[in-house]
Design a protein around this ligand. Sequence first.
Ligand code: SF4
Ligand code: SF4
Length: 459
Amino acid sequence: MRAFTFKGGIHPREMKELSNQCPITAAFPSSKTVTIPVTMGGAPNTPLVQVGDLVAKGQVIANGDKFMNCPVHSSVSGKVKKIAKCLVTGNSEVPCIIIEADDENRTAFMEPLDPFTCEHDAALARIRDAGIVGMGGASFPAHVKLNPPEDKEIEYVLVNAAECEPYLTCDERTMQESPEKLIDGLAIILHLVGAAGIIALEDNKAFIKPILEEEIAKKGYGDDMTVRLVKTKYPQGSEKFIVSACLGVEIPSAKLPADAGCIISNVGTVCAISDAFRLGMPLIERSLTISGGAVEKPCNLRVPVGTLVSDLMPEFFTLKENQTCKVVSGGPMMGFAMISADFPIAKGTSGVTFLTEKETYLDDEDQCISCGGCVHVCPMRLNPVLMIRELKAANTKKAKRYGLMDCIECGSCAFVCPAHIRLVQRIRLGKSIVRTQMAEERSKAAAAQAAANATGGAK
Ligand code: SF4
Ligand code: SF4
């Protein structure tokens, strides 16, 4: 079987064997409390509940009236204890609704809806009402993604089942344990956008291909869906590279997959769409992998959204004594290093990795030896060493010209650098400086415009 791929990339140790034999197990926080961020993708929401309110599982607790708003639901039946800023992925503090579960199991799910007979707008409304966002990490609202502008003709829906981040295996387990849900969710999406479907699997998961193909054949979707193997290579799961590996099309700088005629959805997102129609269940729980060398028994869990990672210990996993050197929300390549495990599992949290010193050890930085390794592996075909040189000289304009803002922060360059230069960290910092500069320029321009309007008005 031929596996497709993209140019560049690296082969970090996969470490999937730590958890890929562990079935997804239902878990509940030991404190019986969930900390649900008011916004988890899309435009900022406003809380719709107050401290002391009783809420049902599946009840909308935060929302907004803009097209980009994506509602947030209570993942438990319980009482609102607090609305306060809490630590979330990325180490920022954002407004969260803290709910203590009771034993009453009140639910407020929607009625099931037939996706193949309902109106197109009703189907999109269902996806929005269910609060579905991209569950691979980006958390982009699904109702927006599945409603592309009229001038963008969508030919393919790609299910991103690459799961190229080391350690993470929850998508792999989902496809094995619930192939019928994935195929159903994909059929719903294909019906909605009128396209063909491709499920893109890395070839380290080739054994899942016949499982999915059997399900496709059973449902009679053989003309509409195919399963395609792509090479096991990091960062294969990045949107641009899934498209180039599967379709041989390159998405130009600053363009989206829709510009290349595709929509990309993660495995969890596709399954959540099936649940939203078939069960009327909003996105209130998700599967994730808990792994890393510091975890006693890595595992795959299904938890209510808002569960604090620390609240899963010691009942569902434990840490080796004095071994944790770094806690990462996500995988080690593109995840966020966290200051503690007291953060909630959000809709976009696909895993948490607890890494040992050996797994995170970085040698001291040396001088660049101009080996070109970073250029060779960069999947975006950038020149990291040149960008760094300009950033060091505080020349952000030139760094931008070298493609600074196109960097997807995959870390491949830093991974191969024999001089251990913290390339990706510096690029990340450079990008945030540029963003600040751009915001300042925008506010200056707005102030100048306001002043000009005021002067014009006074004449
Ligand atoms: S420059 Fe950016 S996109 Fe290229 S390898 Fe480095 S982190 Fe990845
Ligand atoms: S990989 Fe490191 S040492 Fe080699 S050119 Fe790039 S920055 Fe320099």
